[in-house]
Design a protein around this ligand. Sequence first.
Ligand code: 3PG
Length: 397
Amino acid sequence: KTLDDLGDINGKRALVRVDLNVPMADGAVTDDTRIRATLPTVTELADRGAIVLLLAHFGRPKGMQRPDMSLSLVTRAYGEVLGRPVRFVEDCQGSHAKDAIATMNPGDIAILENTRFHAGEEKNDPALAAAMAELGDIYVNDAFSAAHRAHASTEGIAHLLPAYAGRAMERELKALEAALGNPERPVAAVVGGAKVSTKLDVLQNLVTKVDHLIIGGGMANTFLAARGVDVGKSLCEHDLKDTALRILDTADHAGCTVHLPYDVVVAKEFAANPPSLRIANVHEVAAEEMILDVGPAAVEALADALKTCRTLVWNGPLGAFETPPFDEATVALARTAAALTVSGSLVSVAGGGDTVAALNHAGVADDFTFVSTAGGAFLEWMEGKELPGVKALENQE
Ligand code: 3PG
């Protein structure tokens, strides 16, 4: 159910789970993407006369009342981005919160204190879920990026009140369905990042679902090494070589083409523009060299493969993209994907903190069909897992 299924909500109290886990430095929010993502839901509910009560976590206070993780620190920035006054309520449950909310009028908006100040939040304690539910008449979940957590404010409470998906949640689920649920084929996935070990389940799931799997970043080295390539002193998880071979075998049986780089950018030291930098065939990496990016010939071949595809899902950079020039492969492929998307031949969905940073760096994040605000939740979705926060909404009558 979405906000379209709500009847008259004038004067009703809407508990809205949002993700306000935003990066901060020196007391200021440094990236307000997650705040902006909540605006359509919050303004719609407020304009329809609801009393809007935002539930969220901030950091990992582990049940302690940590002043440095108080959502009061985010309230001013939230109000500025929203362009309306926003109140702060010092608890997300209990009589103090109830009294504060009783003074609010239709259309008013408040942020309630960090749900993780209560130990029951992460334990999905039914008592805490019930205490939060008492504050509202309806529940809206607009926090896809926290939906992989079965917590009291993301899962438990959804069973206690009429529950709805917010606009950001709705958009996110639609985009993900278009990417892996029922996609237009062929489908390509780009999976990069430093370590295979952090994305084993992602790779295992994707090889059975996509037509092309492009592996980049440090994790490609483990696959190359598994195939007998000497990767010199590159980052490589040698103990996972057998696992890598099994993944390649599964891909083979499933008809998924796995793309590993055949030329690479190498250097003897990891630094910006090092003097030892050169482009090498993967079979010619010297013992004292390390692979730091996918090479230009391989990038061209990847771009050609992408041109045959209708759908792309992307998680993780192809090289050590924060340090130039090891950002070149990621930037080049991201720009190809963006151009194909703009021309209408590709549906492109990307997610994960590093990936969003890489797409912003390439200047193309806005050209992708959809860029998820989620980190861990996006990965769990790519692993094929059902997210408890989403499941709880689906199980509504
Ligand atoms: C995130 O930042 O990815 C979400 O807010 C979830 O935070 P968590 O990993 O602390 O549960």
